[in-house]
Design a protein around this ligand. Structure first.
Ligand SMILES: *Cc1c(COP(=O)(O)O)cnc(C)c1O
Length: 357
């Protein structure tokens, strides 16, 4: 069976030898040596001033909303994973959806100002599939209207924009290290923040507010990464360059195969060094998508409808219309893409698609 992705597993002995260090200390969590080493390695690899490892990629979003004291409306994208929207609602704020750009698939920055009101406190946008939002325009709007900016950068490991890590943009940026993501710790995630004072607040929030054993700096929750999670991350890091290279090779093959068809593929924003994290294809209509999906599934190949449905249509959302996002969500799916996807399998995927469009 071929799935949309396959978790990259380092050689088990390498994972175990790192894990053994946790065994030797008897220390399984509470920011042990492995978590600290992972943070240091990520800081160096990504060239970012701060990184705070967490236990998944959703709590960083919720903690960022809390740390920035956001209230009222948060402007967001309808084209993302459900965690982007659910985190806003979970924190007691209201998501206000702005439609997406039809080619970049990120929030349409030209439509943001029209929905800003006195209730608006922030913009929470997703660099979807690792493709950067128009960060300069968003920063200008935020500055002009005194709004905070959070980026859900769950897909952005290794992406640089204008020569620096995409995690450096926004007041806070978050990433997921879930097993389905390009870089992973099984479950895991991180928050990135360049402002020292805000970074401290994020830190306290992720560990119950603890300042030492007996003092507390405000309210907190438990979002700490554990040592076994960090061990997985440390075991994956040495393979990152080869993971990225293999992904780019596969993406080039897909691009070549579909370039003379009507299939729309992701337009990457200029000045981006992309990470080939996903390979979305957009069909003419939903019927076409379903027919291709069925043909692939008949051969035990399982693409995924990322992202469907458009988040403005979630049952707990006061529905608004986002025609571009709704249309893309109905027609897009992500094709299998992972480092050891075999050449023959990719060729089979391509030929099934070409036969059914
Ligand atoms: C994966 C993902 C998340 C959630 O991350 P978890 O680590 O699964 O909690 C949030 N946002 C987006 C866009 C994602 O793809």
């Amino acid at each position: 069976m071929i799935h949309v992705t396959k978790t990259f597993l380092p050689p088990q002995a390498e994972y175990q030898s790192i894990l053994k260090r946790a065994w030797d200390t008897g220390w399984m969590t509470n920011r042990g040596v492995l978590v600290q080493e992972l943070e240091a390695s990520l800081k160096a690899y990504l060239n970012v001033p701060n990184v705070l490892a967490m236990t998944n990629g959703t709590l960083p979003l919720q903690i960022a909303i809390k740390a920035l004291n956001l209230t009222g409306d948060i402007i967001t994208t309808p084209f993302s994973y459900v965690a982007t929207t659910s985190s806003i609602v979970w924190e007691g704020c209201t998501p206000v959806f702005v439609d997406i750009h039809p080619e970049y698939l990120t929030i349409d920055e030209t439509k943001i100002e029209a929905v800003i009101t006195s209730r608006t406190s922030a913009i929470l946008a997703t660099h979807v599939f690792g493709n950067p939002c128009h960060v300069e325009a968003i920063e200008d709007i935020a500055r002009k209207h005194n709004l905070k900016v959070i980026y859900d950068a769950a897909h952005c490991f290794g992406v640089t924009y204008k020569g620096k890590s995409l995690f450096n943009y926004g007041d806070v940026s978050t990433c997921s290290f879930h097993a389905t993501k390009l870089f992973h710790t099984g479950e895991g995630g991180a928050v990135f923040c360049n402002n020292t004072e805000l970074n401290n607040r994020l830190f306290y929030h992720h560990n119950f507010g603890h300042e030492g054993n007996e003092a507390f700096q405000g309210i907190g929750i438990n979002a700490k990464m554990s040592e076994p999670q960090a061990a997985m991350g440390l075991a994956v890091i040495p393979y990152l360059e080869s993971i990225l290279e293999k992904r780019h090779t596969l993406v080039s093959k897909y691009l070549e195969a579909f370039k003379n068809t009507y299939i729309q593929t992701l337009e990457i924003r200029p000045e981006t060094q992309w990470n080939a994290s996903y390979y979305p294809v957009i069909f003419k209509n939903q019927a076409q998508l379903l027919s291709v999906k069925q043909a692939l599934e008949a051969q035990d190949i399982f693409p995924r409808r990322y992202f469907y449905p458009s988040l403005n249509t979630l049952p707990y959302i006061e529905s608004v219309s986002c025609p571009v996002s709704e249309s893309v969500a109905e027609r897009v799916m992500c094709l299998p893409l992972y480092p050891d996807l075999e050449k023959a399998s990719q060729e089979q995927i391509i030929s099934i698609i070409l036969e059914h469009i």
